[in-house]
Design a protein around this ligand. Sequence first.
Ligand code: F6R
Length: 593
Amino acid sequence: MCGIVGYIGARQAQPILYNCLAKLEYRGYDSCGIAISNENLSIYKDTLNINELAKIVPILQGTTGIGHSRWATCGEPSICNAHPHYDCTGKFAVVHNGIIHNYEILKKQLIAEGHHFISSVDTEVIPHLIEKYYKGNLEEALEEALHNIVGSYAIATITSGENKLVAARKDSPLIIGVGESERFVASDVMAMLDYTNRIVHLEENEIGIITDSNVKIKHKGSYIQRKEHKIEWNSNATGKMGFEHYMLKEIYEQPRIIGDTLKTDYRNIKQIVSSQVVKDKEIAPLLILACGSSYHAGLVGKYIFEMTLGISVRVEFASEFNYYGHIPTKTRAIVITQSGETADTLKAVRKLRQAGCYVLAITNVIGSSVTHIASETIYTHAGCEISVAATKSFIAELAVLYRIAMLCADKRLEIADILAGAKQIADKGRGILDETDGIKELGEYLAGYNTVFYIGRGINYPIALEGALKLKEISYIHAEGYAAGEMKHGPFALLSPVTPVVAIVARDNTYEAMINNIREVKTRKVPVIALMEEDDDVVRGIADFVINIPCVNPIFSPMVNVVALQLLAYYAARKRGCAIDFPRNLAKSVTVE
Ligand code: F6R
């Protein structure tokens, strides 16, 4: 998704802007551009990647600038539609993430007033509005412009007339970075980690006025104080550390993440969860909302909480929840979002908060938008995830959900004992990663097929969904995840020797039923790959291929099974020569509905 960067300081801005933009490449983009302010503004943009753009742009002198990588949503990818956008005089340049809902009306008015537009995108109204309102002070002109705008935005703007960077945000992230005699802005902290880990958050409806030595924040016309804080991530997180792909590196980080999360002393978590999440359990089920892989983590959470805390849990896609009206009295919710920026999830949080509900957010990104609007936040400690396909963030979300159950189930001793076993899971996960040859072979085998089904039951049903999602998004093989019992109710019609089935078998109360499902599938001469505990000779006898999974208490089986399925998808995609880290048509955070 679109990325914003900005620099003001003692150094030349141009190479810094390129480097900052390159750090956001992982989010996906189809065009990019920069603007540098000196006596005049120099603006260059194209439908190229950042490296290619850098090759065609001359060396520009200037220590203040903004840059943008665009993922087209309003207006096709083209040079005119790329950012930065500028006004008629070429004095104001703007980069923007978000959507301006009333831009057509504004554009008509501005054209009637004599403004000339060259693009078909909403953003272009902003520099024209700034031009219209400018009386020698950029932040005042931007403030005035924003009064006209209906929609969401993160904006960074510069002018050739003043040596400052002005930024604003509403419903779209923007962070200010603080260095020695230099300041940065970015829509994603990754952009600036090579230069600083000291950040100042811009909150909703605030304007940041930034010089090389100062950050002033304005809210509704008054200046307010905001402390800076340090973030833990560093720029090493953006390297592949010798792995061929970020996805593989991130898969291999998972045992550490499980270990760290299960050890984390989540201050107040127990109190929060028992007083907010578990309370009123007789009145309304706990609601879990999320999208994509985070939704699958939420589904696993349902099984964990229902089994260990004795509460009922309802899990919904945030994108669906937003379109029906009913919120039962005393609803309390957990939202799960790696990025903290998924538009549908944020919309669901706002809807719940407006209805007076308590919302606990689980997110990986410090200071992300969800943290500003949820009642409370628990951070996962996955570190920066670059590969578009979620792997380590998914495992971290699961680990937090297990951790919540561990902290809150203390009165139920038997369960507490079981949950204590979670501590070995990191080692079991490592076991899978030490022996990947078999999974690699099977991944390469799947690469030759066009359709694959994943089946599981109980707590591993969401893992079937997640396994299928991983395969389809990175290898482009059509994959479907099913609750194994549902196969007979339709999908069976599709089974044949060219539709392999990946069956996840856990030794819990679903075991016998899964064995029967594999036998049924085998009657259609379907090749079956079974994920099974390493000492399970029954499954070994009926499946065509097996992936050996270390024995764990079945409640934790999702954490080990998913690691094997991530690798299976990875090796299938690798065999097919796919762009594993940056799959076509996908972006790391989905900031539009
Ligand atoms: C799949 C994937 C997506 C995300 C989804 C939600 O590998 O990465 O399905 O899980 O877009 O994103 P977050 O968790 O950032 O809200």
